[in-house]
Ligand binder design. Structure first.
Ligand SMILES: Cc1cc2nc3c(=O)[nH]c(=O)nc-3n(C[C@H](O)[C@H](O)[C@H](O)COP(=O)(O)O)c2cc1C
Length: 199
């Protein structure tokens, strides 16, 4: 890990699916394990543990953002790099993920600039799908939201797992060792970028 007075980078791995057997959770968990095995502090967060109502302005006015949006934002805040693995739904990313992103974007803590939690982290994105394109098309939509909507820095590199049903072994590793290595390289790059830009 980089040697400087800055704190070490911490990476958060999130999947845009709450499904128990989600391929994207498998990918996010694999990312956490790879980071861990390479000396990078890492956390996996399961969105199933952060249920939130579909965003509605009336809920926000009457009750404020849900406590799980506050909790998720706080978790994001203690990590400097965030990897999101999202399913592709009809060429976009999942509504579960969009809803969580939207709610978190409306949690504002005292003295904080708008969207600070997005603007002060580095993101990388990936996807897994039973289909042959691996969910690639949804990632351009996710990038649009993160970069244009929220002002986040998203690494140009991304990681896609096509035909996910056959891609993972029984330990959750990618059977294709070259692909597993490529994923490791992306995670290491995310950690370096997070360290350089945000400490
Ligand atoms: C409404 C809907 C739309 C979908 N659209 C796509 C698609 O455009 N491309 C694709 O590769 N898979 C598509 N899928 C299949 C998902 O990739 C598949 O269900 C995947 O397993 C979901 O991710 P998860 O395993 O992480 O839950 C779609 C699934 C649903 C429910």
């Amino acid at each position: 890990m980089p040697s400087s007075s800055k704190p070490e980078p911490r990476l958060l791995f999130i999947a845009g699916s709450a499904r128990e057997k989600s391929w994207n959770k498998k990918l996010a968990r694999l990312g956490e394990n790879i980071a861990d095995a390479n000396g990078i502090k890492a956390t996996f967060a399961d969105l199933a543990d952060y249920p939130m109502p579909i965003y509605c302005g009336d809920i926000e006015v009457n009750d404020g953002p849900p406590s799980n949006a506050r909790k998720l934002k706080a978790l994001m805040g203690v990590h400097t790099g965030i990897f999101i693995a999202s399913p592709e739904y009809n060429a976009s990313f999942s509504p579960l993920l969009k809803n969580a992103i939207d709610w978190v974007s409306h949690v504002k803590d005292d003295g904080e600039a708008p969207l600070q939690v997005y603007k002060s982290r580095v993101f990388a994105v990936g996807s897994a799908s039973p289909g042959g394109m691996g969910g690639l098309r949804g990632l351009s939509q996710l990038r649009l939201v993160l970069e244009t909507g929220l002002g986040a820095l998203v690494l140009p590199d991304q990681f896609v797992v096509p035909k996910a049903v056959d891609a993972f072994d029984e330990n959750g590793h990618l059977k294709n060792k070259d692909n597993q290595e490529l994923f490791k390289v992306l995670i290491q790059k995310l950690a370096r970028a997070a360290h350089v830009l945000h400490g």
